[in-house]
Design a protein around this ligand. Sequence first.
Ligand code: MSP
Length: 515
Amino acid sequence: MSGPTPYYITTPIYYVNDSPHIGHAYTTLACDVLARFMRLDGYDVRFLTGTDEHGQKVEKSARSAGMDPQAFTDKVSQNFRDLGQLMNFSNDDFIRTTEPRHIAACQGIWRKLQAAGDIYLGSYAGWYSVRDEAFYAESELVNGKAPTGADVEWVEESSYFFKLSAWQDRLLQFYEANPDFIAPKSRRNEVVSFVKGGLQDLSVSRTTFGWGVPVPGEPKHIMYVWLDALTNYITAVGYPDEANANFTKYWPADLHMVGKDILRFHAVYWPAFLMAAGVKPPKRVFAHGWWTNEGQKISKSLGNVIVPSELVARYGLDQLRYFLLREVPFGQDGDFSHAAMVRRMNTDLANDFGNLVQRVLTQVNRNCAATVPEHGEYTSADLAMLKRAHDLVEHLRRHLREQSFHLALDAIWEVVAMANRYVDAKAPWALRKTDPARMATVLYVLVEVIRHLGILAQPIVPASAARILDQLGLGPDERGFTKLGLAHALEAGRALPKPAPVFPRFAGDAEAAKG
Ligand code: MSP
């Protein structure tokens, strides 16, 4: 294949009945960082997010808002687009499951499943949780509730079934042949043992309410909301037209990012549906952990929902983006605390990275006539410092291939720390009088290190990194990863704009900020 390598990454589509909170922002942020990284690294990226608008849960919320479901979803879907604006997400598409293109894809996959003999008509009698939009076996209930703690109700209705039970062996073979399909590893083991435990056929249509995609030729039935929702990932690349250019280019998706609560739908049902429909399963599903708020589960009823816009207003957007991916090893659960947020903002961003940039560029401005200085012979310490900056992109590629955002950030901040030690040890301000040529070399090395840090920090803190690169006078075509390394080192004499601080300190009191 010629041209850049495609990279297709997706977020879950969000239930519109909820207001966007920190958990939603987190999933999409992780995808945004990967999408930005891969674009800068030369990939042809397609980054999809959107809203999940059908099902009983949304229908109920619409009714209690006194609205028709379509008018309701038109209104609340916008909240998730607004979240994207607020968080500076760079998605290429935003899908809504009520769009005609999606209805066509759902009906298309249904026909394929039916033609393959994987769907049959029966009747369902069992437990259903509207909150989870999931069926549960009697044996799964805990004290009369779903294992997630959600209420369940008994439903009995005519229903189409998907022959999931017939897919057990093929799923296990698929996991075996694709060891990286489910990440992290611990989650993979959970899924494999769940499938080994045996699979029940899955009810995939409902008749007792109407808010969904009609089953082709059977308008009394609407499709199960998860079959509908999962299909969004192929709708957005043109399914059911499997010959179209986007489908052949981007499918199978490189990564579905999901929270741990919805892994089973993505790692069991979805590959089974796709294989049954003759479509390749995605390459990878990563399940991240959940956030709690100062040690407590986040929930509307506890009244402790963390609203992203409040955090952005208080701490700044890039500060929040950085914090969410740095504070907690990606894949594990994490706890949001204002004290930790302020610590990260003041220490890592303001003191370490911000101060490095500020003190180096101020000295260049004052002592090198606001131009990139000319370097002389390098010492071994200079070469070691430059090498660390040049090698960084390779470390980031390795960590991000595994979705280890926290390790990628650690790697960047190790270079920041090394650069700060280098400034302290070389003390360029003291060289100004004694050895100006050496001062120029030291500052040149530092400018190059900052150029690398600025370019590589773009996916995480896009606006702040852009300000750093502005201060190095770099044009838009000088910010991609092809410009990293010695071959593209800045030429001496380039005029530099006046430096200005990039990462402010949090001025208020973290305790008071809780309120
Ligand atoms: N609509 C389904 C997904 C369908 S995908 C084909 C859904 N929507 S959701 O809005 O309930 O959740 C979307 C995502 O937000 C999930 O990945 C979920 O894990 C994530 N989070 C919701 N609350 C969260 C936290 N408190 N912490 C981290 N992520 C959490 O499920």
